[in-house]
Design a protein around this ligand. Structure first.
Ligand SMILES: [Mg+2]
Length: 405
């Protein structure tokens, strides 16, 4: 390597291994291969519904070798991999196996937190931080899962000085991996990754990093903290700077309590048919703000003040989301349930509450995994909608008020 690092080691402190991350490999597809011997060693795609327009929510490693991934349309998967077998997902089976895997890991080390249907992590106590000890625990977990659950379901295990890096480590030697990121190996050990491999770097963040002259993990690791702060537009950049150095930092809890917008309607917009599009725009705007802060919301309140009669402000709760489409669906539901559907409306508003930082989010088991997989086309749609939406200054300029914590 020709680049000189006068401060090649990212941290002066030698951080011990404190986090162990367990990630099942191609979980749904592996469960299918466990359940049906005929599928073992063969390319398998799992679909939420049996339709060519549907998409894979998992692919076996044999299918991945042909380029089939989570999110690949079934019709495309058949072109990429003509021998592929598509099976319909079996959520109950996946959840049952999930619980058995958690139990198996718990037999080896206490599970600190289950993060999704195929991910969990454990905090390593003081007496279990030697690399050889951690590797032994990792091998024990693999053996126990194979013995107690199924030899056809493999787990990849990573350990590092913090949970973030442990998750990265679990992904760096898939499938059936066991990889430790030790403090002494930082940052070089991360250089094999691409920017998008890091949790927290999606397409738009990657574009901002490129604009800041950062094209590789090496450049990212050497970038000063204030540069990352600028790229992320806040503390998320500072957090990543610390996490890449192996620092343990508390989970981000949002100080913001709510994001909302309301609008007093002029007389010509008080008919419900005219008020509804304005309410929708308010929700779109709130969702944009939600995402710009890196937050998810767990509750939506719709506020209606009638020209006559009492105001109505129902709340609906849901698994945390930042999806405009999902929230629009819920808003539509509340709107249809409103009392006095013909009454004129004086003011409309939306408030998003139960906010949580994206990285602190624990997805619901099967349901949200599927939702996330199905989210990819929706994310593209959102991006397109943003591009075609009118400039902000044309939008409810005069009397929109925002609700902040
Ligand atoms: Mg996995």
């Amino acid at each position: 390597m020709t680049v000189e690092f006068c401060h090649a080691k990212l941290s002066a402190l030698d951080h011990p291994l404190t986090a162990l991350f367990v990630d099942c490999d191609s979980f749904f597809a592996s469960v299918e291969q466990h359940l049906d011997p005929a599928l073992r060693g063969r390319p398998v795609g799992v679909a939420p519904v049996m339709a060519e327009s549907s998409c894979c929510i998992a692919a076996s490693y044999e299918a991945k070798a042909y380029g089939v991934k989570t999110g690949t349309r079934i019709s495309d998967a058949r072109v990429l991999c003509p021998g592929i077998t598509i099976v319909e997902s079996k959520p109950k089976e996946y959840i049952a196996i999930h619980h058995r895997i958690v139990e198996a890991v718990e037999d080896c080390i206490h599970v600190e937190q289950v993060l999704s249907i195929d991910e969990m992590w454990a905090w390593l106590p003081f007496n279990l931080r030697e690399p050889s000890t951690v590797a032994k625990i990792g091998r024990k977990i693999k053996d126990t899962v194979a013995k107690e659950v199924s030899p056809f379901i493999k787990v990849s295990i990573g350990a590092a000085p913090n949970k973030y890096l442990a998750k990265m480590a679990s992904k760096m030697r898939k499938p059936d991996g066991l990889f430790l990121i030790e403090s002494k190996d930082l940052p070089e050990v991360l250089y094999e990754l691409k920017l998008r491999d890091l949790t927290g770097i999606a397409r738009r963040t990657e574009a901002r990093l490129h604009a800041a002259g950062i094209h590789t993990i090496e450049a990212l690791c050497q970038a000063p903290k204030n540069l990352l702060h600028g790229v992320w537009g806040g503390v998320l950049g500072d957090r990543l700077w610390h996490l890449l150095r192996g620092d343990e930092i508390p989970e981000l809890v949002s100080a913001r309590k709510s994001i909302g917008h309301s609008h007093v309607l002029p007389p010509e917009h008080r008919h419900p048919d005219k008020a509804w599009p304005i309410l929708c725009k308010l929700l779109h705007k709130a969702c944009e703000r939600l995402r710009s802060h890196g937050l998810l919301c767990g509750a939506l309140t719709m506020q209606l003040s009638y020209l006559r009669g009492p105001a109505w402000a129902p709340e609906i709760r849901m698994p945390e989301t930042d999806s405009t489409l999902r929230l629009m669906h819920l808003l539509d539901r509340l709107w249809r349930e409103r009392p006095e559907p013909r009454e004129k409306i004086l003011q409309v508003g939306v408030v998003l509450t139960r906010l949580i930082a994206h990285e602190s989010h624990t997805p619901e088991l099967f349901q949200s995994f599927v939702a996330e997989s199905m989210e990819q086309p929706k994310a593209r749609l959102r991006h397109t909608m943003r591009r075609i939406s009118p400039p902000r200054r044309r939008f409810l300029r005069c009397s929109t008020s925002s609700t902040r914590a």
